[in-house]
Design a protein around this ligand. Structure first.
Ligand SMILES: *Cc1c(COP(=O)(O)O)cnc(C)c1O
Length: 402
């Protein structure tokens, strides 16, 4: 059999992945492992899922030929517009799928963790839609910093529980969500927001996001008469928008994969979220993967201007793609990302999420041929980041005439 970058039957990607969960969750995770594929592949699930993606989320998201940026970077650049989805990012593709799965498994209560609040909002949204009770754990510091998203979650009917342990950020919220899950394993479904956590979550989330590359295939065929690009580009926090972007191309060597992680102030400054560059093998939230940690194994706080990339781990899919050189991974610093956001805004009239701007900034790092077809996923819209962009407009001086 030829080499594959998809999950193996034990839940691993190379040496990464697996399910390292407390004894009390063993049966719950086993049950999920047995149930998820038969349900996801059933006709009944697919009909409900694709109907909601179409009429509720607004899919397919456009594949837009960015002419001015193409001229600038000397390639044929297409933007996959996940920013145009309902709730403003790709995260809803995953939460819709997981809540349908939860219902089919007979679960009656939803929990989630959130950092910036984007996954919390996407989860609260589908819980309102499906009339399911929803508890979102969020670090107390993030509750303060992300006030608008907290209000959105509450308006949608979710209960937001501020977490006051540790640094009061995402890592602590995740620990608390796992603790809740341990107390209510039979009735509660834990909706994880990225390709992280114990197997089968990374594979399940990648499949639910794979609608992105499924559409890219059809759209490229229509636009250029062939169904694959030369390059796929995406930003990585936990890795879900990138996993969805590459899913149907991951074993296709004609397609190069370029990932952008958040360098923060620089990947060797200690003020970074560039896990693939700065992390070492460890176990985080139930999976063996690369983790940013101190020499004695304490998890380090991730640092980046971009709240959605602020995670000290990385999905096992991406750790493996990086280690096997299937993907080229660039660390993009805060100032490069802010500048790229202004550039996309001024050249194409698209204000991207700060997370997505990391992928845009990576265009600078690659040497393209003029014939190269590049598909870059714009994972979300930048409305939520306008204040950050204004505060840091010194990082984009050439666009500073305002
Ligand atoms: C959450 C988020 C990300 C990072 O998450 P991934 O799982 O790595 O995709 C990227 N972009 C946006 C807009 C987000 O909201």
């Amino acid at each position: 059999m030829s080499k594959t970058f998809q999950v193996d039957d034990k839940g691993y990607y190379g040496e990464f992945g697996g399910a390292y969960v407390p004894e009390i969750l063993y049966a719950t995770v086993e049950n999920l492992k047995k149930s998820y594929l038969p349900i996801l592949e059933s006709e009944e699930f697919k009909k409900e899922y694709y109907d909601l993606l179409k009429d509720y989320v607004g899919r397919p998201s456009p594949l837009y030929y960015a002419k001015r940026m193409s001229d600038k970077y000397g390639c044929k650049l297409y933007l996959k517009r996940e920013d145009l989805n309902h709730t403003g990012a790709h995260k809803i593709n995953n939460t819709i799928g997981q809540i349908l799965l939860a219902k089919k498994m007979g679960k009656t209560r939803i929990i989630a963790e959130t950092g910036a609040g984007q996954h919390g909002v996407a989860t609260a949204t589908v819980c309102a839609l499906m009339d399911m009770p929803c508890v979102v754990y969020q670090g107390a510091l993030d509750v303060q910093r992300q006030h608008t998203n907290v209000e959105r979650m509450k308006m949608l009917g979710a209960e937001v529980r501020p977490v006051t342990s540790g640094n009061m950020t995402l890592k602590d919220a995740t620990n608390e969500a796992i603790r809740d899950w341990c107390c209510h394993p039979s009735d509660t479904f834990y909706i994880i927001g990225s390709t992280v956590g114990p197997h089968p979550y990374p594979d399940m989330v990648a499949r639910l996001q794979s609608i992105i590359s499924k559409e890219i295939k059809v759209q490229l065929q229509e636009k250029i008469g062939r169904d694959y690009p030369n390059y796929l580009m995406a930003c990585v926090g936990g890795g879900s928008n990138a996993a969805g972007t590459v899913y149907h191309y991951i074993d296709d060597n004609r397609v190069k994969i370029v990932l952008a992680e958040a360098g923060g102030k620089g990947c060797d400054t200690g003020h970074t979220a560039a896990t693939i560059h700065a992390g070492r093998l460890g176990i985080l939230h139930g999976a063996k993967t690369l983790v940013m940690q101190t020499p004695d194994g304490q998890i380090m706080e991730a640092e980046t201007l971009s709240a959605g990339l602020d995670y000290p781990g990385i999905g096992p899919i991406h750790a493996n793609m990086a280690e096997q050189h299937r993907a080229t991974v660039y660390s993009i610093n805060d100032d490069e990302a802010v500048k790229a956001a202004y550039e996309l805004t001024r050249m194409e009239g698209i204000i991207p999420a700060l997370e997505s701007a990391h992928a845009v900034a990576a265009l600078n790092k690659v040497k393209f041929n003029p014939e190269d077809v590049v598909v870059l996923t714009v994972s979300g819209r930048g409305d939520k980041d306008v204040e950050t962009y204004l505060e840091h407009k010194d990082m984009a001086e050439e666009y500073g005439n305002f």
